[in-house]
Design a protein around this ligand. Structure first.
Ligand code: ADP
Ligand code: MG
Length: 359
């Protein structure tokens, strides 16, 4: 009898182990799949989430191969995080930073391309967007245990180490950061670049429809499976997380918001947040509390939403109006929303205590 019991116990154990194994296989990244009611009975929906690039990334794929596509998308995002992160030890960016003023570093093609792209935004914004913001970001340490209000002297010294023109682009994907103690930080653009990277894969694979949310950077691929447009919310920077102030309708668009409501500390009644003006060395103070950019291109949306936050209303509209496919919603401290004229009919405000100014 003991023998029988033993066999029975082993059998139960095997069933449990194989159960765990299969559940594990089906949920590689907290993902779930389900069939989808649509014209095309083959289309399924797969959803997954993962903590990547310092934020919770959520992906929803609608396609006949939704599961494989989801897996591949999460793999791609994780690859980009591995090369762009400044905290992962052997990332391209960390290698460049460690070798600043020492020697050029050979990087992956994506890193080289993204750095070239940052150059473009630095030029458009007259250096307000600066990928070599690293030393200032570290000095302030916003969102880390070491956050502090630095001395004026320290800030002045640190500004000297921020200068995008000192990124040297060399042959064979080599990057050289010309001076010691400089460092690159791609926090203002990496998520946008990653979203574009994924979208181009979805296009290549002719995927039916997809929704990607990287902590408030939202990109949608095509329209929804039922043929209607996506509705993308713009977060309320004042009230609690989760509330929205407006919804933007569209397909194949990216909506990216920069704000001071997530990473900040308050000292003597002043709110110090994580978007830093490289000219002053201080967090931006142009009266904007949230800056949203809507564009087909998520890198543009990401880099420019951060830049516009620093630049203020006038300069931002000047830049946006010169560009094709860059529309903006800027909320100011005094409860005004400055909105690109082109968004009329595409945006619906869901709160009534804002003065809305189209221009
Ligand atoms: P989030 O990533 O919080 O959504 P942003 O896209 O606006 O917000 O990026 C903010 C991040 O960009 C900061 O945490 C920092 O890493 C980096 N950053 C801050 N100031 C600048 C700047 N002037 N130019 C480029 N990058 C910046
Ligand atoms: Mg940004």
């Amino acid at each position: 009898m003991n023998y029988k019991r033993f066999l029975f116990a082993i059998l139960i154990l095997l069933i449990i182990i194989s159960g765990i194994y299969f559940i594990g296989r089906e949920n590689p990244n907290n993902s779930v799949s389900s069939p989808e009611p649509s014209n095309n009975s083959e289309v399924t929906k797969s959803e997954g989430s993962e903590f990547l690039m310092d934020t919770l990334v959520r992906v929803r794929i609608h396609d006949e191969n939704s599961e494989q596509v989801l897996d591949e998308v999460l793999n791609k995002l994780s690859y980009l995080e591995d090369i762009f992160s400044k905290t992962i030890e052997d990332s391209d960016i960390n290698k460049i930073n460690l070798n600043a003023g020492v020697k050029p570093v050979k990087v992956n093609e994506e890193t080289y391309k993204l750095l070239e792209e940052t150059n473009k935004f630095a030029k458009i914004t007259d250096g307000v967007f600066d990928p070599t913001i690293g030393p200032l970001v570290s000095l302030w340490g916003i969102g880390t245990e070491d956050e502090q209000l630095p001395s004026e002297k320290k800030i002045k010294e640190t500004i000297e180490r921020v200068e995008y023109k000192k990124i040297e682009f060399q042959e064979n994907n080599k990057i050289f950061l010309a001076e010691k103690d400089m460092s690159i930080d791609l926090g203002a653009i990496a998520k946008g670049y990653a979203a574009d990277y994924v979208i181009s894969y979805l296009n290549e694979k002719d995927v039916d429809s997809a929704f990607i949310n990287m902590g408030g950077n939202v990109s949608v691929h095509r329209d929804k499976v039922d043929g209607s447009l996506w509705n993308i919310g713009i977060q309320d920077p004042v009230r609690n997380r989760g509330n929205i102030i407006a919804a933007v309708e569209g397909e194949d668009i990216s909506v990216v918001t920069s704000g001071n409501y997530e990473r900040f500390f308050i000292e003597d009644g002043v709110r110090y947040h994580h978007i830093i003006n490289p000219e002053t060395g201080y967090p931006a103070r142009k009266g904007i509390i949230s800056s949203t950019v809507i564009s087909n291109n998520s890198s543009y949306a990401d880099a420019l939403s951060t830049s516009f936050y620093i630049l203020g209303v006038e300069k931002s509209f000047e830049i946006a109006q010169e560009m094709e496919d860059v529309n903006i919603v800027l909320l100011t401290k005094d409860d005004k929303a400055y909105v690109s004229e082109e968004l009329k009919g595409q945006i619906t405000f869901t709160v009534d205590d804002l003065e809305i100014i189209y221009r």
